[in-house]
Design a protein around this ligand. Structure first.
Ligand code: FEO
Length: 398
């Protein structure tokens, strides 16, 4: 696709990658993607974002339909993931006088991308760049998608350049969301992108989104997929809905467990009964028979999480390890957790799972509860006093 005018002296000059089958190793991309980039031309010229390295030649050709590369004054680096930064070294070779502008957080990342001397400025939130007739206001948006990420608002044209935010991996004939063919189901693709890319950072994103209330936004120009020129606010509202804190005010405790001979299950049921007595709402979940979407939903909606695992061969069991893979796919940082399980001799499984959850930045109760083989009456009494201590931990602070 060639350069396309999106407003007066504002052009989309990015590239298409219709054959991309998978993004970031884990995300299938049925409709390929695009790497969008924008030229904003005032008395000075700014280029917003670059593209993936493999598309450098097409990128340069698109830019030069509008303006020679040596006339670019600024490159705005919104995010340093290689799909947007790959062409920067080649761009600097063509025009070493370009001034780079990134978020203050991004500065070391940019240096690690270019590996050469350059005029590089790290900006704070609300910093303005006056291009002469075009004014960019930078809004720092950490974790939309990386800590480095920022967006710009172009006041004269009411355009938000949102980088990965509000994007979709959709490559089609048109640049505009309102013209994407119905069979693509763009609404689903926008949700799918949010689910895969943005959902793990929901807690950061819901705070970032408030910054956009400062601006009258008529168009959202993303870095992947189509641009929104009609009802652009609605996509911001969708993100607000999706990133809302689902556990606010919740007394739900999800108890995920795996059990071969029924011993860890007996502990799980005992935990649920005692948590009920403590006025929590436990949800028992067999980790060997639960869908990923349900696990993600339960993690997000629970006040705290419990995991029960037996110990086999000095380890926790595979369904429990598979379950722990879900915590980094949603916003679970700081969520409280506890671990329990039945064991025969070593009982290492609970310690390994507790360490894994701590590594994922959950706040894990310092005591694990373990019972040897078939839980005895004494051990079930111990469980009751354990849950009393655990309940205090779950209720304390945040
Ligand atoms: Fe489109 Fe996070 O890169």
């Amino acid at each position: 696709m060639s350069a396309i005018k999106i407003s007066e002296n504002v052009y989309e000059v990015g590239v298409q990658d219709p054959d991309l089958k998978i993004f970031d190793i884990t995300m299938p991309t049925e409709y390929g993607t695009t790497y969008n980039s924008y030229l904003v031309i005032g008395e000075k010229v700014a280029l917003i974002d670059a593209v993936k390295k493999e598309f450098t030649d097409q990128f340069f050709a698109n830019i030069e339909e509008i303006i020679p590369i040596d006339k670019i004054d600024y490159l705005i680096v919104n995010h340093t993931e290689p799909d947007h930064s790959g062409a920067i070294p080649a761009l600097l070779e063509r025009n070493p006088n370009i001034k780079l502008i990134a978020s203050a957080t991004a500065v070391p990342y940019v240096k690690a991308v270019i590996n050469c001397e350059a005029d590089l400025t790290g900006v704070k939130d609300k910093h303005e760049l006056d291009l002469g007739g075009k004014t960019l206001t930078f809004r720092l948006m950490p974790y939309m998608h990386w800590p480095d990420t920022m967006m710009e608002y172009l006041a004269e044209d009411k355009i938000l350049f949102s980088n990965d935010g509000f994007a979709a991996h959709v490559c089609s004939e048109t640049l505009w969301a309102d013209e994407v063919p119905a069979e693509v189901d763009l609404d689903h693709q926008i949700y799918y992108y949010w689910d895969c890319i943005m959902r793990p950072f929901s807690g950061f994103i819901r705070r970032n989104l408030l910054k956009l209330d400062d601006h009258e936004i008529e168009m959202i120009a993303t870095s992947h997929g189509p641009l929104f020129r009609k009802n652009a606010r609605s996509i911001i509202d969708k993100y607000k809905e999706w990133t809302a804190d689902k556990s606010e005010g919740s007394e739900q405790i999800s108890i995920f467990y795996a059990s071969n001979y029924g011993n860890t299950e007996k502990l799980a049921i005992g935990m649920a009964d005692e948590l009920t007595n403590q006025n929590f709402t436990p949800v028992l979940v067999d980790a060997t028979n639960v869908e990923s979407d349900r696990v993600k939903e339960l993690i997000e909606s629970s006040k705290a999480i419990m995991i029960g695992t037996p110990t086999f061969n000095g380890d926790a069991v595979k369904p429990i390890w598979d379950l722990t893979m879900h915590f980094s796919t949603v916003y679970s940082i700081g969520k409280k957790a506890a671990v329990f399980g039945s064991y025969g001799w070593g009982g290492e499984g609970t310690k390994l799972v507790a360490a894994r959850l701590s590594g994922l930045k959950l706040k894990v109760f310092e005591e694990e509860f373990r019972a040897r083989l078939i839980p005895s009456g004494d051990e079930m009494n111990d469980l009751k006093s354990y849950v009393e201590r655990l309940a205090q931990y779950f209720r304390a602070g945040k």
